[in-house]
Ligand binder design. Structure first.
Ligand code: NCD
Ligand code: ZN
Length: 348
């Protein structure tokens, strides 16, 4: 058993950095483990234009300035929030800016701040999709239908059948990332699709099955979207991630909400994992006997898909049993991190 593990510095290819004090907190945790991150655009005022992306990036750089060496060691990779009204001009502007690396598709009303998400991708976005395919800019998909008649546990597999498969037929070379893939059906779709398709996988979807949400009572800190699935799906995700297959890479979907918003009669969806995400992933890879593939998943596969250089920095984590804190507090904020109270074997 290795006492420590050194790898190319990882990238988090799906994170919610938020704004204000929450941004300061998430960023300080993120830069300890990640050299770059794909920054989600679902702020209260969604990042629907390059202008807003530049403004948000400046907010992030400002916050990075407060972290020791932050500006030197971390690069935010911005995304645009796709709406029914996004124009091809806006996509070109985003590409030319050099700071936007992808476009995020939220089906309307599917999750936090998706009220301006896309209502009909085929009817309203075909020109934008053509353009994305042409300029090789990835489309990041929250792959769930928001139809209330579809069972919440089936929303991803239904989305794959109803949207992704037809989308792929129309746009054979569009770069697509199925974000936070959570089902066997999602993973199988990626396996069936040799080029231009990839998926991020979160720690929560590999650590837990859905029983944890209801174990001994209702546990809101395990509620995220896509919702945790059954054990069969969890095991399938672990197999895919730990295989080293270049189509699967790290995206935490770390999505903090204050405890007041989580422990609520209508609590928000999202798990906060930026506190120690790489250690949680190491735990998963270790248990699967595949720790040697962690670097591919965390540091190489994502860069390869996004056509980014491999990071020059390295990260060393140590085998050092520790307990994840019950709560993280910063100014007026209180956040319960993923795996709070649990013992983990790795430490940054
Ligand atoms: C995310 C959030 O809170 O921004 N929540 C979540 O459960 N993952 C939104 C999202 O990615 O769905
Ligand atoms: Zn997310």
């Amino acid at each position: 058993m290795n006492a420590s593990l050194t790898m190319v510095m990882p990238d988090d290819m799906h994170v919610h950095l938020r704004q204000s004090d929450m941004l300061d907190l998430v960023l300080a945790d993120t830069v300890k483990q990640f050299a770059r991150a794909i920054v989600m655009p679902n702020l209260n005022t969604p990042i629907i234009s390059t202008k807003l992306a530049i403004e948000y990036r400046n907010m992030i750089l400002n916050s990075l300035g407060k972290v020791k060496d932050g500006l030197k060691c971390f690069e935010p990779l911005m995304t645009l929030y796709l709406t029914d009204l996004t124009t091809t001009d806006e996509i070109l502007k985003a590409k030319e800016s050099g700071i936007v690396f992808a476009v995020k598709l939220y089906p309307n009303s599917v999750t936090t701040n998706s009220h301006v998400g896309v209502v009909d991708i085929f009817k309203n976005c075909y020109k934008v999709l053509d353009m994305l395919q042409m300029i090789k800019m990835p489309l990041l998909i929250h792959a769930e239908v928001s139809d209330s008649r579809v069972d919440i546990f089936d929303r991803e597999s239904v989305y794959i059948d109803k949207v992704i498969i037809p989308l792929r037929k129309k746009y054979p070379e569009l770069k697509i990332v199925i974000e936070h893939v959570s089902t066997k059906e999602g993973v199988d779709y990626v396996y069936s699709s040799p080029n231009f398709t990839a998926a991020t996988i979160t720690p929560q979807h590999m650590l837990y099955n859905r029983n944890i949400i209801f174990s001994g009572g209702l546990r809101p800190h395990y509620y995220c979207l896509p919702i945790l699935k059954s054990e069969l799906h969890r095991e399938y995700l672990v197999k895919a991630a730990t295989s080293g297959d270049k189509r699967f890479f790290l995206g935490t979907d770390s999505a903090p909400h204050d405890t007041k918003a989580k422990e609520n009669s209508c609590g928000c969806a999202g798990c906060y994992s930026s506190y120690n995400a790489i250690c949680l992933y190491a735990e998963i890879f270790d248990k699967a006997g595949c720790i040697s593939n962690l670097e591919k998943f965390a540091s190489l596969n994502g860069a390869y898909f996004y056509d980014l250089p491999i990071n020059k920095q390295t990260l060393t984590i140590h085998r050092n049993e520790n307990i994840v804190p019950d709560k993280i507090s910063f100014k007026d904020l209180n956040i319960v991190p993923l795996a709070s109270g649990e013992t983990v074997q790795w430490h940054i």
